[in-house]
Design a binder for this molecule. Structure first.
Ligand SMILES: [Zn+2]
Length: 331
């Protein structure tokens, strides 16, 4: 994706950025906000490349020295700062940005700082960057890439132009599949359903052979919860523990099955079913449960996801989830 026109989705944002370049309305600081898989990084990179391009156009030319060095990750006027582990510390911001901004651009009109996962900046780091945001040298542009802008201090938010990235439409996901994969129309339909607007979910689904195994594992667990006795919960918990590193994906797949059951029960058009290749299984399960129970199961899983992400005891959390899904209330 080397051009604005190659990127899919969020067309208003792309047009807006191009308009600002054309009309000299570029400002000093931006937030590109949205979950993984909405192409915000790609958009920010094309924006930076276009601003640095020697041709001064609304798309990067791809041929000038600046464009070429940009593609080789070697453009001296483009500085990328990455998070380390789960945070972005004040030292990193001081060293790579605060003490560097006064040095003029090497050859371009601008000097661009691209901060990946800027929402992981510690409060110290945010305060350190604030001074630059308040009085930036004219040539400086700061691109803050964030999964969740709510982590920014109000003072940061108020000094940036924020773009909120939204899910891609099914048509856009379809186009992405056509450009990147070879699939027959049935498989394509399944993949579009599974992506739910996120390129990352799509790539996971199509890219890894693991994905099919994960979906079979979840299907198997849902069936066992339905048929087997209470004691099987501990075996199932063990199995999930063995797949600990994939637990987020597995819980997402759980939710996708329950969501499909809701669609089947509501007699909404089948085209909205995510797991299209499992329709028979979903219909069979949906027959035996009340709608309220399915909604409740979705809540249980969402809550489990939050618990696991906040580092509670994995085994206990999973066992509690399974007990609740089986209908044995434990709290
Ligand atoms: Zn160029």
């Amino acid at each position: 994706m080397d051009k604005f026109n190659d990127i899919l989705g969020n067309i208003n944002i792309r047009r807006n950025l191009q308009y600002s370049i054309k009309n000299n309305r570029v400002v000093n600081s931006y937030i590109f906000n949205g979950e993984e898989g909405l192409l915000k990084e790609e958009t920010a990179l094309v924006f930076a490349k276009t601003l640095l391009c020697e041709k001064n156009s609304e798309e990067p030319c791809g041929k000038c020295v600046s464009c070429k060095t940009f593609s080789e990750n070697n453009n001296p006027d483009f500085i990328k700062i990455n998070e380390e582990g789960s945070s972005l510390k004040v030292e990193e911001i001081r060293e790579k940005l605060v003490s560097d901004v006064e040095i003029k651009p090497y050859s371009s009109k601008y000097k661009i700082y691209y901060i990946n996962r800027a929402d992981l900046m510690t409060v110290g780091a945010q305060n350190a960057i604030l001074k630059t945001l308040e009085e930036p040298p004219k040539y400086v542009i700061i691109l803050l890439i964030a999964n969740d802008k709510r982590n920014f201090l109000e003072t940061i938010l108020s000094r940036c132009v924020t773009y909120d990235f939204k899910e891609l439409t099914n048509d856009e996901i379809s186009t992405y599949i056509e450009n990147n994969y070879t699939l027959d129309s049935y498989d394509k339909e399944v993949a579009v359903g599974y992506a739910r607007g996120y390129i990352s979910k799509l790539d996971n689904f199509l890219g890894s052979s693991d994905e099919k195994n994960k979906r079979s594992l979840v299907q198997d667990i849902i069936e066992r919860l339905d048929k087997e006795d209470f004691m099987s919960i501990f075996d199932i918990a063990k199995e999930l523990e063995n797949n600990k590193e994939n637990i987020d994906d597995l819980l997402d797949i759980f939710i996708s099955y329950y969501r499909d059951m809701i669609i089947v029960k509501s007699e909404i058009d089948d085209k909205y079913i995510i797991n299209k290749d499992k329709k028979i299984f979903i219909r069979m399960l949906a027959k035996n449960v009340e709608m309220s129970e399915i909604f409740n199961n979705c809540d249980i899983i969402e809550r489990t996801k939050r618990f696991i992400n906040s580092n509670t005891n994995f085994k206990l959390t999973i066992e509690n989830m399974l007990m609740e899904l089986k209908g044995e209330k434990v709290w």
